[in-house]
Design a protein around this ligand. Structure first.
Ligand code: FAD
Length: 368
C-alpha cells in the first residue's frame, strides 16, 4: 500500500494523520519530541481557542489570500467544530466569537486527537526529527537513529515561533531542498517592546483600552481589548492583535476610557483628582508625563520591537502559497504537501491559526 509520512505531530500533523487514516491510508506520523500536540495543549492560555465563528480570508496574512479563502470555503470554522465534536466534546463560542472546548482545557483537545490517532492505529514515531528529505523515485526521510521511504509526504513541522514547543524554524530547510523559497520571517501575536521610559512604573497594570497604531501619523490599525503593561512594553489580547501590523518606530496610542468623553473626565478630575477614573498607579505615571486627565485618553508609546520568536504565538512568513497548488501540494516536487504554520499564512489572534492548521490539514489530506 502507498505509504504516507506526516512530518510534525502538532495540530496540523495530527489532524492530517487522522483524516488520512480514516480514508484507510497507511500513515506514519513523525514527531521530533516525545509527545504529540504540545503546542496545541498550551493554546488560548491553556483553554484552547480552536477557531472563530467570524471566519474569512480577511483575518489572515499570506502571499495569496484568494487561496486562503478557497481553502476556508472547503473547511471552515463549522467544519473544525464538527471534526472535533465527531471525536467527542462540545465546542462553544464566547461573546467575541472565539470557539473553545466547553471544558476550557486545551490539553483535552490534544487528548481527543491523540485518542483518535491511537484508535486508528496510526504509526507514530517519537524522537524523529527529520533532518533529511530527498526524492529518488520515492521520498527518503532520515533522522538520528531512523529512516523511512514514503510515496508521499506532508510537511507539517510548524514555523519558527515558540521554539520550546519544538518549532525552531529548522524544518524550512526540508522544503528548501526541493527548491522552495521561504518568505521573510517575523514573530507575530507577541508582546510589543516600547520606549522603556514610557512604561516605567506601569508593570502589572491591566486595562480595557482602545488601541490605535500609527505609522507616520497615519492610522494602521485600531482595536479594543485587554492591555497589560510588562517590564519591557505591552501585552494583552489587543496588543497581540496589533502585533500583526506593528513595526519598529510605530506609535501606539491608548485610550483608557474609550466610553467616556474628555469633558466628563475633566469635570470628575476637578472634583476628585484621578481617583476612580483610572488605576491609581497608572494615574501617577500619567501625571509624571503630563496632564493625567488628558493623557488617559491619549497615552502614546513608541514601538521599539517585539519580544521575538521565542515568545511569539505565530510566525509571519514561510513557504509561499504561490509555490503550492490548490491542494497545497508543492509545485516543485509532486507528492510533497504542506500543512499548518510552515506555510506563509498567519491569522489574527482569536483561533485563526489553529483554524488554518485544521483547514490546511484537511486540504492536504483531500489532495492525497
Ligand atoms: C502559547 C501559544 C498559544 C497559542 N494560542 C493559540 C490559540 O488560542 N488559538 C490559535 O488559533 N492559535 C494559537 N497559537 C498558534 C497555534 O498554536 C499554531 O499556529 C499551531 O499550533 C500551528 O500548528 P502546526 O501543526 O502547523 O505547528 P505546531 O503545532 O507548531 O507543530 C509542529 C510540530 O512539528 C514538530 N517538528 C518540528 N520540526 C520537526 C522535524 N524536523 N521533524 C519532526 N517533527 C518536527 C514539532 O515538534 C511540533 O510538534 C498559539 C501558539 C502559542 C505558542
Amino acid at each position: 500500500m502507498e505509504k504516507i509520512a506526516v512530518i510534525g505531530g502538532g495540530a496540523a500533523g495530527m489532524a492530517c494523520a487522522v483524516l488520512l487514516a480514516r480514508k484507510g491510508r497507511a500513515v506514519t506520523l513523525l514527531e521530533r519530541g516525545e509527545r504529540l500536540g504540545r503546542k496545541l495543549s498550551a493554546t488560548g492560555n491553556g483553554q484552547g481557542n480552536v477557531t472563530n465563528v467570524n471566519m474569512g480570508a480577511e483575518y489572515y496574512f499570506s502571499d495569496d489570500n484568494g487561496k486562503v479563502a478557497r481553502a476556508l470555503s472547503r473547511f471552515s470554522a463549522s467544519d473544525t467544530v464538527a471534526f472535533l465534536e465527531d471525536m467527542g466534546g462540545i465546542f462553544l463560542p464566547d461573546g467575541r466569537g472565539r470557539v473553545y472546548p466547553a471544558g476550557r482545557q486545551a490539553s483535552a483537545v490534544t487528548d481527543l486527537l491523540r485518542r483518535e490517532i491511537a484508535r486508528l492505529n496510526v504509526n507514530v514515531v517519537f524522537g524523529a526529527q527529520v533532518s533529511s528529505l530527498t526524492y529518488d523515485g520515492d521520498f527518503r526521510l532520515a533522522w538520528a537513529g531512523g529512516q523511512m521511504r514514503a510515496d508521499a509526504v506532508v510537511l507539517a513541522a510548524g514555523g519558527k515561533a515558540a521554539k520550546n514547543f519544538g518549532t525552531d524554524g529548522s524544518a524550512y530547510a526540508l522544503a528548501q531542498g526541493f527548491g522552495h523559497t521561504v518568505t521573510p520571517l517575523s514573530p507575530v501575536l507577541v508582546q510589543l517592546r516600547c520606549d522603556p521610559k514610557a512604561v516605567r512604573g506601569l508593570k502589572g497594570i491591566r486595562a480595557d483600552a482602545a488601541l490605535v497604531l500609527l505609522r507616520d501619523g497615519k492610522e494602521i490599525y485600531a482595536t479594543r481589548g485587554d492591555i497589560l503593561f510588562t517590564e519591557s512594553g505591552l501585552s494583552g489580547d489587543a496588543v497581540f492583535r496589533a502585533s500583526s501590523y506593528a513595526q519598529k518606530g510605530d506609535k501606539v496610542v491608548l485610550d483608557f476610557l474609550p466610553d467616556v468623553d474628555s469633558g466628563r473626565i475633566a469635570a470628575a478630575a476637578e472634583r476628585g483628582g484621578m481617583l476612580c477614573i483610572v488605576n491609581n498607579g497608572l494615574a501617577r505615571v500619567l501625571a509624571a508625563h503630563g496632564r493625567a486627565e488628558e493623557l488617559c485618553k491619549r497615552f502614546e508609546l513608541t514601538v521599539t520591537g517585539t519580544l521575538g520568536f521565542d515568545y511569539a504565538q505565530a510566525t509571519r512568513g514561510g513557504i509561499p502559497l504561490k509555490e503550492t497548488d490548490e491542494n497545497l501540494m508543492s509545485l516543485k516536487r509532486e507528492g510533497l504537501f504542506f500543512a499548518g504554520e510552515i506555510l506563509n499564512v498567519d491569522g489574527m489572534c482569536g483561533g485563526y491559526n489553529l483554524q488554518w492548521a485544521f483547514t490546511s490539514a484537511f486540504i492536504a489530506a483531500e489532495g492525497l
